[in-house]
Unconditional design. Structure first.
Length: 196
């Protein structure tokens, strides 16, 4: 049975869907939810699900990324994860941290990578006049929002869409895509998933 640590920074809606999906004959189970934000709403949702939680406040480390990541690894290690799932985790990780978990760390990004790496993805897609948007689950490598793509889900951009209305439409697909990709990844299968 694979053990999955989920990293969050906010509400944790993706975390909830991932945790809820890991039941029955699923080859993985959640072993920890950790946040860099002590007040993250996802921590209370994780506790309500009976999951172990941890907090490593990045603000306590100022600009010391290595110090923060060493503390993060120290908080994670006792839970012996086989896989790390970044789910709304909003810190850029250094090559040291990524290397520590090379080949077993996933992230979900709210765009159709390689388009729109970085932030404000929905606003950028709307302003570009794109007909479609979506989300991508990828393996985390030292290249920001790079790494092999393990799944994508597409949604239409509709007339009158705002970044908020588009984000809400994409989030529904995130909640379908990420659990499907995690299940396949935990079974050792890296065949990409395309939705719809
Ligand atoms: C989602 O849009 C996700 O794509 C991004 O963070 C946002 C919030 O996710 N990574 P969650 O509700 O905290 O899972």
């Amino acid at each position: 049975m694979k053990r999955v640590a989920i990293l969050i920074s906010g509400g944790g809606s993706n975390m909830v869907k991932l945790a809820e999906s890991m039941t029955g004959d699923h080859p993985a189970r959640p072993c920890l939810v950790v946040s860099n934000v002590p007040q993250a709403g996802g921590l209370a949702r994780a506790e309500a699900l009976g999951l172990p939680t941890a907090t490593v406040d990045h603000r306590a480390f100022g600009g010391d990324r290595d110090g923060f990541e060493a503390a993060l690894i120290a908080a994670i290690a006792p839970h012996r994860p086989d896989i790390l799932a970044l789910a709304g985790f909003m810190r850029i990780l250094t090559p040291r941290f990524v290397g520590h978990y090379a080949g077993r760390m996933l992230n979900i990004h709210p765009s159709l990578l390689p388009d729109y790496r970085g932030l404000h993805t929905h606003r950028r897609a709307i302003e570009a006049g794109d007909a479609e948007a979506g989300c991508t689950v990828h393996e985390v490598t030292t290249e920001l929002d790079g790494g092999p793509i393990l799944g994508q889900a597409r949604v239409p951009i509709l007339p009158g869409d705002t970044p908020e209305t588009l984000a809400a439409r994409v989030l529904v697909q995130e909640h379908a895509l990420y659990p499907a990709v995690l299940r396949r990844f935990a079974a050792g299968d890296r065949t990409p998933i395309r939705l719809p």
